[in-house]
Design a protein around this ligand. Structure first.
Ligand code: C2E
Ligand code: CA
Ligand code: CA
Length: 724
């Protein structure tokens, strides 16, 4: 394309120049013709003027004076010679020459016949130079008396024929109609132009004969011909002098050279522009590549650790899986208590821990394996999987390395992590696999059975079930599917019924009554527990109200409240409103808060307990002894009663040491002044032991299972009966 372009351009420039040169050579030729004719005419006028002076001195008596005059005029006008040829007698010349008298006569005859006369080119007898003889006739009145002639060197016209406007390449020639060269702008090999042309090649469409005819008939002509292997332009135009003709000749190589120069200049220009353009394009591509990289980085690279982010993993997941031949596991790694690290050591150090962890994980990867950082302290890995045992060993080692590498020496915060693993045994979309691994991770965090947890099918079933529950819970609440059970509490000594705990059941039709353990944890996660607890409270208030109206004894009822309420400032007012709506005295409502509430936020728990007391509610601590709480926790918290967890009691029947621990705890609680409720009492031995060590109330299957309200009411004595 480039060479075709250059060729075309070359041709185009050549054509353009040729047209230009054609016009130029014509105008240069016309100009030369004009200048030449004017110069000849000017000389003629000078001769005429001299002739007039010569005429007025007729008859020429003082030849000496005349000769001096002629002499002066020759010098002044740079003629070669000037002379008078009288009709009769000897000629008078400014310079003595060898011109023959007969030659002079001839000139005189011509001049007298035509009044003025220009000869064709002659060779001067005295100087040997090419000359033109110009002459004017002389008169005395009407009488012819002779002629005045001037010998003019042709060199004086040569300058007019150099075609200087076309550079020093061309020249013009004045010829007679038969080709004879009269004045040459440049030396020529022949005296006759037609001889020169005879050696030249003319184009077929305009052969030499045509050109010659045009010249002879005085028409202008333009033609290109070859001479000595060189092409030339020829332009011819007739002159007003002597029927002469002017030929302007210009070799075309001049044009070619010019075209070449122009083409080269243009080409270099184009090349420079192309190079600049290329550089620009290169720069732009570089810039684009750079910004693409930036974009890629922001989209796909985690800026803190430099590893890929979750987006990128989701894109590459299927490909990576193929590289591992499908035998792979999706593993989520989570740094335990990372918030604590951040809080205590600062973000800077937290970031360092993350970077270090990323490095360790990355270094651990084998061929085809892959990792990314998903959220703050979560990393996702796609690892090859042979069997669970191997992977478990590998991950155990990995977490040990992270513990060693990431734990800061100067601080006592230990970096530890857990893994949730989903084995990619079937084809599932990335985000589902990720969800399952995350589920296993959550399990691993809560179970405290080790750092690694595999996702199981039963986890999936649980999730499915939870989804079903979540979808139906609102509907269940409004349709009354949640029902109230009451489990009575008895006085150990008198065996009298002293109150009850409200326990919720979910009536799920064909599934029957579902126990709270199956749905309370879910409701605590999705917040629905806030509504459910208030619903149960309202049921309790309703029941108490009913009993009053029915004249039955109102025993205090304990209601379980999730820890979620503690962060809700509307909790206590809302509770009061609900209870008041049924005109139930506040002391009949006991709030059960679990031990973990106090562990998590002691100050908050204290405030809530105080707030409840201010409203006249009593407060019980549920599940004492199930977790880590020591008796210390109870200090400063005004619980009205403490419920001993059933786990706390289990095994104490035979084990004397366990009995001592329980005994100790009971003594301490008594010292604080709280009542003691023993939960989960299942046997007579337990009941006897607990009675002996001084527990106040008993709650458990040994005494009674949780009962539907109607059944529970059977236990209530009538107020009338009591009074009796
Ligand atoms: P909890 O508060 O510790 O309630 C006592 C649980 O022990 C009840 O289980 C009860 O049926 C059971 N239980 C009673 N006596 C015995 C016994 O002798 N042996 C054994 N093995 N168990 C006995 P339930 O009703 O399944 O409730 C489970 C948990 O659900 C409750 O534990 C409580 O934490 C929660 N819960 C129940 N109802 C509500 C509620 O309305 N709101 C809130 N927030 N939580 C509730
Ligand atoms: Ca309870
Ligand atoms: Ca309990």
């Amino acid at each position: 394309m480039l060479s075709a372009g250059v060729a075309f351009y070359w041709h185009y420039v050549g054509n353009l120049l040729e047209r230009d040169v054609t016009a130029n050579i014509m105008s240069a030729g016309n100009e030369a013709a004009d200048s030449f004719s004017r110069a000849v005419a000017a000389d003629q006028r000078v001769i005429d003027t001299i002739a007039i002076t010569v005429q007025t001195n007729y008859p020429w008596t003082n030849t000496e004076k005349l000769e001096r005059f002629l002499h002066l005029q020759v010098k002044y006008n740079e003629f070669e010679n000037l002379g008078i040829i009288p009709l009769r007698g000897k000629s008078l010349q400014a310079r003595v020459t060898a011109e023959s008298e007969s030659w002079l006569r001839e000139i005189m005859m011509r001049a007298m016949a035509e009044d003025t006369y220009v000869s064709s080119r002659q060779v001067s007898a005295s100087s040997g130079a090419n000359v033109l003889v110009q002459a004017a006739s002389l008169h005395d009145g009407m009488e012819p008396i002779g002629a005045l002639f001037a010998v003019v060197p042709t060199d004086r016209y040569k300058n007019l024929l150099t075609l200087s406007s076309l550079g020093s390449n061309g020249a013009a020639f004045v010829i007679s109609r038969d080709g004879q060269v009269e004045v040459a702008g440049r030396p020529l090999s022949s005296d006759n132009m037609f001889d020169v042309f005879g050696r030249a090649q003319f184009p077929k469409e305009k052969p030499f004969e045509t050109v010659r005819e045009q010249i002879q008939s005085g028409q202008s002509t333009f033609v290109r011909y070859y001479l000595d292997g060189q092409q030339r332009f020829l332009y011819g135009v007739a002159l007003p002098v002597n029927n002469w003709y002017l030929l302007a000749v210009l070799p075309t190589h001049f044009i070619q050279a010019q075209a070449q120069r122009l083409t080269w200049v243009s080409l270099s220009l184009v090349t420079v522009i192309l190079i600049l353009f290329g550089l620009l394009m290169f720069y732009m591509f570089r810039l684009r590549a750079y910004s693409n990289q930036q974009l890629f980085n922001t989209a796909f690279v985690d800026s803190l650790t430099g590893v890929d982010n979750l987006n990128r993993m989701s894109v590459l997941f299927s490909k990576r899986l193929r590289e591992l031949n499908g035998a792979a596991a999706l593993v989520i790694f989570d740094i335990l208590k990372f918030k604590v690290i951040n809080d205590m050591l600062g973000y800077e150090r937290g970031n360092q821990v993350l970077q270090r962890a990323a490095d360790v994980l990355h270094a651990h990867l084998e061929k085809g394996e892959y990792m990314c950082r998903s959220t703050a302290d979560n990393f996702v890995l796609v690892l090859s999987l042979t069997d669970r045992r191997t992977l478990r060993t590998r991950l155990t080692k990995l977490v040990a390395t992270i513990r060693r590498e990431c734990t800061a020496m100067d601080s006592c915060i230990m970096v530890d992590g857990v893994f949730g693993v989903y084995e990619l045994l079937e084809h599932v979309p990335f985000f589902i696999a990720l969800d399952r691994a995350r589920l296993a991770l959550e399990h691993a965090k809560h179970l405290s059975t080790g750092n690694i947890q595999f996702y199981d099918e039963k986890d999936r079933r649980r999730i499915l079930l939870e989804q079903q529950l979540e979808n139906s819970m609102e509907q269940a609440l409004s349709s009354g599917a949640f029902t109230l059970m009451l489990q009575p509490k008895f006085d150990f000594n008198t065996r009298e019924m002293k109150g009850a705990e409200a326990l919720v059941r979910w009536n799920q039709g064909e599934r029957g009554l579902v126990r709270p353990d199956d749905f309370i944890p879910l409701f605590e996660r999705n917040g629905f527990i806030l509504k459910l607890d208030m619903f149960i409270l309202e049921q309790v208030a309703k029941v108490l109200n009913k009993w009053r109206q029915a004249g039955k004894e109102q025993v205090p009822i304990a209601v379980n409240f999730s820890r979620l309420h503690l962060n809700d400032s509307r909790y206590i007012p809302q509770m009061s409103r609900t209870v008041d709506a049924y005109e139930v005295p506040h002391h009949l409502i006991e709030v059960e808060l679990t031990e973990s509430v106090i562990l998590n936020n002691r100050e908050l728990a204290q405030n809530v307990i105080r707030g409840l007391h201010n409203k006249g509610f009593s407060v019980a601590m549920d599940d004492f002894g199930s977790g880590y709480s020591s008796l210390n926790v109870l200090k400063g918290l005004q619980f009205d009663s403490i419920k001993l967890d059933k786990e706390f009691l289990s095994g104490s029947e035979q084990n004397k040491t366990a009995q001592k621990v329980v005994q100790g705890a009971v003594d301490m609680i008594k010292a604080i002044g709280a009542k003691i409720v023993a939960e989960g009492v299942e046997t007579a031995e337990q009941a006897e032991f607990l009675r002996q060590i001084g527990c106040d109330l008993a709650q458990g299957y040994y005494f009674s299972r949780p009962l539907p309200v109607a059944e529970f009411e059977q236990l209530l004595p009538n107020v009338m009966d009591l009074k009796k």
